[in-house]
Design a protein around this ligand. Sequence first.
Ligand code: C2E
Ligand code: CA
Ligand code: CA
Length: 407
Amino acid sequence: MTDSVPARATHTVLVVDNDEFSAELAEVLLHDIGVGQVVLASDGYAALELLDSGLAPDVLFLDLDMEGMDGVEVLRFLASRRYEGALALMTGSGHQLVASVQRMALASHLRIVGTVQKPLHRDKFAAVLDEVVRGGQRRSGHESAPLQPDEIRAGLERGAIELYVQPKVTVRTREVRGGEVLLRWRGEDGSLVSPLAVIPVAEECGLIATITKTVYAMTVQEMSSWRALGWNPLISVNVSAVDLLDLEFPRWLAETADTAGVESRSIVLEVTESQIVEHLSSTLDVVSRLYLNGFRFSIDDFGTGYSNFEQLKQLPLSELKIDRSLVVGATQDSAGRAILASSIQLGHALNVRVVAEGVETLEDWALLDALGCDVIQGYFVARPMPISTFFSWRTEWVHSHRDPTAS
Ligand code: C2E
Ligand code: CA
Ligand code: CA
């Protein structure tokens, strides 16, 4: 890892620890391994103030065992501010606490790059910093940078939107119940760009409605061609909460489906839990109209948005989609399994179908089956595929009678 050491001189590190001795030791050790700038904060408030004033550390080392605003509370604050920087936990506590904090962090999309167990040692800090450098290389290699609003406008004119679809399979019968449509963006150079580089920008610059409508119109065309072949799968389309502020949206969706000869009850609209909770009162009107028009409604990324039973009960839901982070967490320890089990129970208490996403292994599948999950989506069944291949994929799935629990 010698090649990552020179980078450390340019690194800024923030250490949040209320124990003066431990904070100063961390500072000495970090300087010792070549870190250029070390900033100390004696509690969570001081840390948040530093971040608010523009400090952008390459890593934030956070002590979990503080009094006052403790480490977990600091993580909550960071999550609510959508903090994107690298985080490392410091703790003298055991594995259980670290595992449950990591799970919470994963669910809130915080980026934990490592843990430093006390007593502190320079090698433990060095390992975290190496991971930050590696992570930076991975991200710059594989993730698409966000597009500019002008690039999105030009792309929409050029026809940059392509549709992929990922199957959703009923656990008990292994039937292909349908699929989720996922946007792909064809860059000018022919590369395939992730929706994560497009959707958030489009939501901010007022282009999301055009994207949603384009995806939807292309989707119902495909559905109409499957219908002609005698297949009527349940197809999910992602919509943004911004779409649900437009009172005309339900009528447009219904008319577009109708023109293509597709029934609205074959269409599921997925909205993320965090977005729907944030805009619950302003979107309820449109959500009810969609329901009256026959559309089905699904809460996406469930487990990441702090909704409660009362809020969910107000919505005419037909599906709860459990976030990948809960599925990943469940195979790691019993606390994770308990969280997953209670999420599935919550869905059934609401009388809706429960879908688990991000199912990658046979172990995941078996656990979800045992916990009574209804539908599964994930790499274990299939990766997202170009929508034009979905029909033949499904034919093959049916013919092979694939039993994923058989070896
Ligand atoms: P999502 O709605 O939660 O979609 C599931 C994402 O998880 C997809 O990423 C899918 O490729 C990925 N995935 C599926 N199975 C597995 C698995 O087993 N393991 C792992 N590690 N990942 C898996 P994708 O296609 O990159 O989409 C990312 C997000 O972009 C979507 O998350 C959704 O929020 C958003 N998105 C995609 N298409 C649209 C769209 O047309 N409109 C809107 N508003 N958002 C979209
Ligand atoms: Ca989704
Ligand atoms: Ca999801």
